[in-house]
Design a protein around this ligand. Structure first.
Ligand SMILES: [Zn+2]
Length: 226
């Protein structure tokens, strides 16, 4: 009697176990591979195949650490700190008070929209307001050159306009780091805390510079709090 009950239980457990097992594998695994493809495609569209980076078919990004002068702008400092913290040091910066040959300088104000009107944040190659920026990289596909991130203007307080005070600074920094086009979660006001943006920038920096599309190894990473 006891033996029979045990046997039946065993069978029932086995059946439930298999059903649960296949449920677990098929459900999340499909979702994960869809998400992984979405991240890969966003990286390919906004970096490897983007004309602003020469559409090289290779991953174009900075070597770390990246030199940055925040000019003591609090939300620029907060943005730099958040990149280092949320990526656990994968993307990190060396702060400088001068103008680096290769690196980033934050500027208070002077941001321009594409049509030249005052905007919330943009990237230029000059300390003066401009609607133009060009990106350069070396033979290894490592970004180089000098980039100015303009924060806010007479028409926009970026600290108020962003989802949180440093969010627009983090968005513009995302452009300098190699994200050339916008996508859901990276449209302007969202910062690094957005899971879509975080996934793209994290995987751009966890893969080797110069990687081809088929070599991109995409990790699913949760955004740490902070
Ligand atoms: Zn943008």
């Amino acid at each position: 009697m006891v033996g029979q009950i045990s046997g039946k239980r065993g069978l029932i457990f086995l059946f439930i176990g298999m059903a649960a097992l296949s449920g677990c594998i098929i459900g999340p695994e499909n979702g994960t591979s869809v998400l992984r493809e979405r991240i890969r495609n966003r990286i390919i569209t906004s970096n490897l195949n983007h004309p602003a980076l020469g559409a090289t078919g290779h991953l174009v990004r900075w070597n770390t650490p990246i030199k940055v002068n925040t000019n003591n702008i609090a939300r620029a400092d907060a943005a730099i700190d958040r990149y280092g913290r949320l990526t656990n040091g994968l993307i990190y910066f060396t702060k400088t008070t001068d103008t680096p040959t290769n690196g980033i300088v934050f500027i208070e104000g002077g941001s321009r929209n594409a049509d030249g009107s005052p905007g919330c944040g943009n990237v230029t190659n000059t300390p003066e307001p401009s609607v133009y920026v060009s990106y350069t990289f070396d033979n290894s596909y490592a970004l180089n050159g000098l980039y100015y991130v303009h924060l806010g203007s007479t028409a926009c307080g970026d600290a108020q306009e962003g989802n949180y005070p440093s969010a627009i600074a983090e968005h513009e920094l995302g452009h300098v780091l190699g994200i050339m086009s916008h996508f859901s979660g990276f449209t302007g006001n969202e910062g690094l805390r957005n899971s879509n943006m975080f996934a793209v920038i994290y995987n751009m920096y966890s893969n080797p510079i110069g990687s081809k599309a088929e070599d991109l190894n995409i990790e699913i990473v949760a955004v740490p709090s902070g």
